[in-house]
Design a protein around this ligand. Structure first.
Ligand SMILES: C[S@@+](CC[C@H](N)C(=O)[O-])C[C@H]1O[C@@H](n2cnc3c(N)ncnc32)[C@H](O)[C@@H]1O
Length: 270
C-alpha cells in the first residue's frame, strides 16, 4: 500500500513524463476542449474574471479559458516539469500576461484567500488522497458567491474490480475515483453548494479508444522511446482493455459538477 505522499509524487512524475504526452495527446482529460468550454459556460465565466486551474497539467485548459473567455488564470500543479512545460507553451502562445503557473499541491494551494471568481479542476480531484482538504482549499481561495467547476472520473456505488485498484490505476485517475454523489457530498461539507451536475460517460469511452489507438501506433513507431521512459506498452494496453470493459459495464463514467461558495459563510482550510 502506498502512502498519500508516494501516490501524489508518482502521479505528478507520471504526468510530467514526455511519453505520457505522446500517449495522451493534446488533452489530459476526457471530453477535451469541448467539455472545458461546457464547464466554462456552467461557471458563467466572463471577461475580466480571475480563475484558478488546480492540477493544471500542461496548461491547455488555462490557455483556452484565457484566450476564449478573456479571464486571467493561475494554474497550479505538483509536477515541476509539468509547470515548466505549461509555462513554456503559454509563452509560445503569447498568453504569458494572462496565465501564470505555480508549483504546488491541491491540498495546500499556494494562492490567497477569497481571491478567485472561479476554480476549475479537471480529471484530477479523483487522484487527491485527501479530497476533503482539497475541497476546503477550493472554498478558501474562492470569493463568496464564486464557483468551482470539476470534471472527473466517477465510479458506480458498488466500487471497482480489484485489478483497477493499483497504483497505476490511481495515476490513471481511476483507483480513488468516487460516485458522483460522493463528490457532491465532499464539496458540500467544504461549504460549497452544488448547483449543477451532468454526466459525460461517452467522453471517457472515447478517450480510452483514443489512447488505445495511439499506443498501437507508438508501439510501431516509438517503442524505444517508450521503453526508455519506462512505459510497458503491453501492460498499459491490458490495463486499457480492463478500463474499457469497466466503462462498458457502467462501472466507470465521467461527470461535471458545479458548486458555489455560500455568500455568507466563512471558510477555513483543514
Ligand atoms: C490527468 S492530469 C489533468 C491535467 C489537466 N487538469 C487537464 O485536464 O488537462 C492530472 C494532473 O494532476 C496533477 N496532480 C496530481 N496530484 C496533484 C496534487 N495533489 N496537486 C496538484 N496537482 C496534482 C498531475 O501532476 C497532473 O498534471
Amino acid at each position: 500500500m502506498s502512502t498519500p505522499a508516494e501516490i501524489k509524487a508518482c502521479c505528478a512524475a507520471s504526468y510530467g513524463n514526455d511519453a505520457v504526452a505522446l500517449v495522451l495527446g493534446e488533452s489530459y482529460h476526457p471530453g477535451g476542449p469541448a467539455l472545458t468550454r461546457k464547464l466554462a459556460e456552467r461557471l458563467r465565466l466572463h471577461s475580466g474574471q480571475r480563475v484558478a486551474d488546480i492540477a493544471t497539467g500542461p496548461g491547455a485548459t488555462a490557455r483556452l479559458l484565457a484566450a476564449e473567455y478573456d479571464v486571467t488564470v493561475d494554474g497550479v500543479d505538483l509536477g515541476q516539469s509539468t509547470v515548466e512545460r505549461a509555462t513554456a507553451a503559454t509563452g509560445e502562445a503569447g498568453l504569458a500576461a494572462k496565465v501564470r503557473f505555480h508549483l504546488g499541491d491541491a491540498e495546500r494551494i499556494p494562492l490567497p484567500d477569497n481571491a478567485f471568481d472561479a476554480v476549475v479542476c479537471e480529471c484530477a480531484f479523483c487522484t487527491f488522497p485527501d479530497k476533503a482538504t482539497a475541497a476546503a482549499e477550493f472554498a478558501r481561495i474562492l470569493r463568496p458567491g464564486g464557483r468551482v467547476g470539476i470534471t472527473d472520473v466517477t465510479i458506480a456505488e458498488g466500487g471497482l474490480p480489484e485489478e483497477l485498484g493499483t497504483l497505476a490505476a490511481w495515476v490513471a485517475c481511476i483507483a480513488d475515483a468516487r460516485p458522483l454523489a460522493e463528490y457532491a457530498a465532499i464539496l458540500e461539507r467544504a461549504g460549497l453548494r452544488v448547483v449543477h451536475t451532468e454526466t459525460h460517460d461517452a467522453a471517457i469511452a472515447r478517450m480510452i479508444d483514443e489512447i488505445d489507438a495511439r499506443l498501437r501506433v507508438l508501439r510501431m513507431t516509438a517503442s524505444a522511446r517508450l521503453a526508455e521512459a519506462g512505459v510497458d506498452v503491453e501492460a498499459v494496453l491490458r490495463y486499457v482493455a480492463l478500463a474499457r470493459e469497466a466503462v462498458a459495464d457502467g462501472l466507470i463514467g465521467y461527470a461535471l459538477l458545479v458548486a458555489e461558495r455560500r455568500a455568507s459563510e466563512r471558510v477555513f482550510a483543514g
